[in-house]
Design a binder for this molecule. Sequence first.
Ligand code: BGC
Length: 796
Amino acid sequence: MKRLILTAAMALTIPMTMNAQPKLTPSNIDEVMAAMTLEEKAQLLVGGANNFFADQAVVGGEAEQVPGAAGTTAAIPRLGIPATILTDGPAGVRINPTRKGDSQTYYATGFPIGTCLASTWNTELVSQVGAAIGRETKEYRCDVVLGPGMNLHRNPLCGRNFEYYSEDPLLTGKIAAAYINGVQGEGVGTSAKHFAVNSQETARTSVDERLSQRAARELYLRGFEIAVRESQPWTIMASYNQVNGQYSMGNRDLLTSILRDDWGYKGMVMTDWIGIRQGLKTTDEVAAGNDLMEPGQPAQCAEIVAGVKSGALKMEDVDRNVRRMLEYIVKTPAFLKYAYTNKPDLKAHAAITRQSACEGIVLLKNNGTLPWSTPQCQAPATGTGERPLVRQVALFGENSYDFFSGGTGSGCVHTPYVVDMVEGLANAGIASTATLTDIYKKYVDYAKVKFQAERHPAKWYQLEAFGQQKYPEIGISPILVNAEAKKADAAIVTIGRQAGEGVDRDIATEFNLIDEERDLIFNVCRAFHALGKPVVVVINSGSVVETASWSAYPDAIVCAWQPGEEGGNSVADILTGKVCPSGRLTMTWPVSATDHPSTANFPGMLDFYSYQELKSGGHQAQNYDFTLHEEDIYVGYRYFDTFGREVAFPFGYGLSYTTFAYSGMKVRAGRDEVTVSVTVRNTGRVSGKEVVQLYVAAPQGKLEKPAHELKAFAKTRELKPGEQQTLTLSVPVRLLASFDEEASQWLTEAGYYTFAIGASSRDIKATAQARLDTYTEKVSQALAPQEPLKRLTQKK
Ligand code: BGC
């Protein structure tokens, strides 16, 4: 109370002149605000010095720089307000690895990409990764890591799916919250991005995503809601795109009504990196609740100042945002003068990335060949016969030799090294055959030079500075394949896919395998199988690829994702059984990309020239100017399981080297929460972890419901053969609700709910029912579509 009175008195007595010079502390924000000029306030709402093209560090003052960081917030030294530095992520700290006139290097650990991390289904592990990223961020003098990326995998063709977690909002929200809590536990901020409905890259800075309020609330926003409630990210990044006719960055419904009023968000919101944009005023962004314009242009400060002076922008809106900026700044390492070292513990973090990647790798097929024994170590006996001894392997596919640690764009990290398959296997005691290794290594060296020389200048994302590139496969003649089959004990074919910011994937050459890759798999399988030798396909991709046309051929398929800088070691740990696979898919793998109903409304169907033609005729181009979410709530398994469609691999799927039995399932329904317990027993011959997934089927009432939805999950500890663990999962009743557009409320309808424990969405192990009463929760009426939408429904 005393402080309040003092503060109010000061606001009255201290004039807004340059003479009042309080220095910012966590408890004098009012005083500092009273001392700020309008120009200084505007400055604080607009990003500071641009670090991206800096080649030297600048410490202190108004132009603080960490070379390669994405942006800064402005410093106002006279009031003790330091610049804070925002670095890209989410798979590690993205700064330049070298600096002009400086012999030290600034490489950062490449952690597993989003899909790989989420595939661990292990929130504790994800928090440990977050903590390591947090430590690296502050050791490299940055304050916020711009992640996690948490847009929904609406469609497998989105170029940035690798940064994101899942087609399911609950899994997305829980993994994101774990990441955020891990980073922020180190006193470093995060920026949950891109808020919201940014599930395509084509025309991402302008496209209008048109969707129902129900799909928005239940799917595209729910992950963010969970993350906000469970981890309060210091910052949130508003996306480039429009949602139902309004840019997210100036969308009051999103940034204030939903984010703050409905969810209780306390942190600050920043824009994605666009500066001034056509059709949206900076003053409208400020008024809508966007606190920080990034990367920031001086003209935006001028616009804010002019807006206040003309009365177009309310001073109280500016003050509200300035306060949020100051509340953020006082938490940062820059403000707290953290004694950074520029020497993060890269060795310790490499161990974390290796282990976390192992848990995210998903074993898609195994006819019993894996794990392999090596001369160094005997693979554990799994009960499926004697383990094959593999001393020498023939490694096919250019990405065996240039393994992708992560994707391209702002999400790529400058890692000190990437362990490829040759090195990873060698570390495990398995050699690669000499001739093939020589051919491929020379090819990769040549392809790198040729590709960069021939790169189209407009394709910035193909610059090496934005990540490893995919080079064409070389043809390997059947004669060479036959010769390799005689020499090697086994073959590995690595299928690599690269994707990233700014571009979506195409079906023909990026989702599907190209002819050379299919031929390679067939030829290798034919030659090796003729001699009784196994073939494993390793998928080194950030997102889903087609498997149905070739998966019958190899003995095993390992989805390694893009597992970070220790990639080859992590894959070798799985192949040799050092680690028992426990990763599970976080998205459905369809038979064909067009099986997803959203593919009909996804870019890629219209080429750029037809788009230009349409535009010049004054027409709006579907999937470019606007994207219709006609699949509505039927995204991923919500569609495939409800409409009974065949899939290549279902959501939640993944094999292990051991087996598990479930027993004693119990459901207890309370007023606010349902608890489900189940005992999992390792019934196999090796130690392993199991992911327990809880799906809930609701009674059909007023609102149409998908067949079932994931409502909780947990991972067991490592269980030894014969060991068991009882897991208890809780589901808040509010999370069982669907969005009732008519009443603008969350609604859990009364009736009998089926709780199902599954090892995937299609492998249900036990079920139980419980009766629930009606639950409602009123929320703001927000994001209404401008025109009615055609929507996919079960009702005929
Ligand atoms: C991306 C963001 C990124 C920002 C800063 C944008 O183009 O969409 O994810 O954080 O650039 O690099």
